[in-house]
Design a protein around this ligand. Structure first.
Ligand SMILES: NC(=O)c1ccc[n+]([C@@H]2O[C@H](COP(=O)([O-])OP(=O)(O)OC[C@H]3O[C@@H](n4cnc5c(N)ncnc54)[C@H](O)[C@@H]3O)[C@@H](O)[C@H]2O)c1
Length: 333
């Protein structure tokens, strides 16, 4: 057994956290030999609900949980933390586009970035789930300048999982055989789910499924899947979002398998291989070794894909501008 690590989940009284906490405490993210101090952050009106979550975590009798700390205080939550799941935010309701949420949620991520800067370990790994996830991650990183930008990522793994599930169903395959479908750009309706490098059981997806489906119905189904779940459930995706958050952080912690890449929203470095502007949080195919991600170069981007990348880039640049205006800060990140 290794020394316990401190893990924080924000929005801990919410619906995604309700599924996610189980996976973390059960060893599905950090492995079955990693003890965990689990800190649960939420806002004061939710403390009663959070008390019930703490009771249930206790009643699960998880062997890996050494301590559970419910709190409303970011200083308590983020002190010496190793891994943070930033889930807490106002969720999208039926009929709302993610842009509508931006101004309310960006302020939360500014405060949390400042607190991480002051209290967290400098090698803390931060996953932003709360929407608009890419731009929230950017703001969080901006207000935590003492922590490397590489340590802030946004979740597009749910979109990747959705894309893999659609293709597996379309070709009648086991999902474990579907590889290297990627999400480019924003976790929003402008994201580009891309099959052009994907395979099913080693065969190119483009040989198995007709191009018109891949460029039209497939793209819009994945882009609008979150809205379809809201329309059906009257609440946003929770179980699948929690599973994707667990997948994202597990791969970051343990590493990706050779030749099997994953999608992550990361702060775009200068000179990235796909010519995306520097300084936005953009989803790329990445591989992870020794807890460090790197963008996988060399995937083909045809004219159709480039036009899709340009649309999602434009949206992210606009979101960045709006977010910085909300934060009333210098627009230079
Ligand atoms: N990136 C993705 O793929 C993805 C997928 C699904 C949902 N989401 C987003 O995840 C977020 C959470 O969704 P949910 O369904 O769990 O929502 P929820 O409303 O059930 O829970 C959100 C929780 O966050 C808490 N919260 C609000 N402000 C907070 C703050 N400042 N600090 C700590 N906690 C705070 C709320 O009190 C609530 O308990 C939403 O923004 C949703 O849009 C993202």
């Amino acid at each position: 057994m290794s020394e316990p690590i401190k893990v924080v989940v924000t929005g801990a009284a919410g619906q995604i956290a309700y599924s996610l906490l189980y996976m973390i405490a059960n060893g599905d993210v950090f492995g079955k030999n990693q003890k965990i101090i689990l800190t649960l952050l939420d806002i004061p009106p939710m403390m009663g609900v959070l008390e019930g979550v703490v009771m249930e975590l206790s009643d699960c009798a998880f062997t890996l949980l050494t301590e559970v700390i419910p709190t409303t205080d970011v200083a308590v939550a983020f002190k010496d933390v190793s891994v943070v799941f930033l889930v807490g935010a106002m969720p999208r309701r039926e009929g709302m586009e993610r842009k509508d949420l931006l101004s309310a949620n960006v302020k939360i991520f500014k405060v949390q970035g400042e607190a991480l800067n002051t209290y967290a370990k400098k090698d803390v790994k931060v996953l932003v789930v709360g929407n608009p996830a890419n731009t929230n991650a950017l703001i969080c990183s901006h207000y935590a300048p003492s922590i490397p930008k590489e340590n802030f990522t946004a979740m597009t793994r749910l979109d990747q999982n959705r894309a893999c599930a659609q293709i597996a169903q379309k070709v009648g395959s086991d999902i474990t055989k579907v590889k290297n479908l990627f999400i480019w750009g924003n976790h929003s309706a402008t994201q580009f789910p891309d099959c052009s490098n994907g395979t099913v059981d080693g065969k190119p997806v483009t040989d198995l499924v007709d191009a018109s489906y891949l460029e039209n119905e497939f793209v819009t189904t994945v882009q609008k899947r979150g809205a379809a779940v809201i329309a059906a459930r009257k609440m946003s995706s929770a179980m699948s979002a929690a599973k994707a958050a667990a997948d994202h952080v597990r791969d970051w912690w343990i590493g990706t398998q050779s030749g099997n890449y994953v999608s992550m929203g990361v702060v775009t470095p200068k000179d990235n291989p796909y010519n995306v502007p520097e300084g936005i949080v953009f989803s790329f195919p990445v591989e992870i070794k020794n807890k460090q991600w790197s963008i996988v170069p060399g995937f083909k981007i045809n004219d159709f894909a480039r036009s899709k990348l340009d649309i999602t880039t434009k949206e992210l640049l606009e979101e960045k501008e709006e977010a910085m205006a909300v934060c009333n800060a210098d627009a230079k990140i």
